[in-house]
Design a protein around this ligand. Sequence first.
Ligand code: RAT
Ligand code: ZN
Length: 419
Amino acid sequence: MISREDPALDSLSSLVERSVFSAPVFDIHTHLFDPAFGSLLLWGIDEQLVYHYLVAEAFRYHELPYDAFWRLSTRQQADLVWKYLFQERSPLSEAARGVVTSLHRLGLDPRERDLPALRKWFADWKAEDFASRCLDLAGIRSVCMTNSPFDDLERPVWERGFSRDPRFVAALRIDPLLVAWPDAASRLRDWGYIDCSDIDGRSMDGCRRFLVDWAKRIQARYVMVSLPPTFRYPDNGPTSQVLDGAVLPFCRESGLPLALMIGVKRGVNPALRLAGDGVGRSDLSALEHLCGAHPEVRFCATVLARENQHELCVLARKYRNLHVFGCWWFTNVPSIIEEMTRMRLELLGLSFTPQHSDARVLDQVIYKWEHSRRVIARVLAEKYRDLACAGWRVSEAEIQQDVAELLGGAFQRFLGGPC
Ligand code: RAT
Ligand code: ZN
């Protein structure tokens, strides 16, 4: 038996830290694109600064009307965010600190507060080379995009076809089908999949054909949707009807998991645009019913409200067709990542995926993964220390194996294949 003061425990912590920092990660949910998508792949200092997490924070320090801000060019918006969050005060928030970490790891010094010089540095890069630089610095082996056929900028790229970068894998995003059926139906009508927007057997057949075609076209690894806290299942509303009529049968037949991100209140302050979404507590009995009624469908889930995290873990203990993942959006801050990761390890062992980056700008993978790895390493080391005190010592190889599970291995197995 080992005591808590044993010096061996210190070396255990550095071993864990080394393993967590050197393990390649599969980043299972981002908003990044294969470089072949051209300007849809965002990168560089201006895009970092106009990240909606930072825009929301910058608005707290000035009186500029929302509309006036949105009328500015990206560069002018970035100037303002820089001024309010990095020049006039210290960048203490998680998203602001993130810019500092990413710039530093790229070899730049944001403390100089020289935005023109930073812009000049970025201007010399080509997207493909910069993508490799960022993925290498973040230790990422594979990135999952968010791919929506309903997006008018993205769809034509898939329709034209392009040669895929194997590091960027696809996920089929279907929010309009489940949260805005009338709009989705009119698109499906335009594309020849359905004749009328009634949710009946015929239109659900068309909807399934649409899912089959797009999953194949993009080689989707899973199907995904973000849902509001008011999400209920089963009920008589269009969300349940389209789930039952098309999405769940498609997932069952194709074997693709359905990833649910639950708890976002869209447009709480619409004037803030993308930065205007909020959070609400969800009723997870919807997820319980989905998992229970459809044991042959695999579900992945993350929830936005801190208050829902414990019950999500308990649900995953009841249903092995449920995989818990990520610290999403407002929970992606060190204090909450720490408590969520600790709780998940305590309730689920290694059968979950602690984090995804949700990066929208390439450079962000550097900070998102560095910051998360630090917290994951800290919590994991604490758990191995507790285990050592209980009488179980782990070898370096065992630690590496556990870390590989957490950083993509468990998810990959849940998907049922290599990524
Ligand atoms: O985290 C974010 O950037 C959000 O705006 C959302 O995109 C969220 O992650 C989602 O995928 O719905
Ligand atoms: Zn996202």
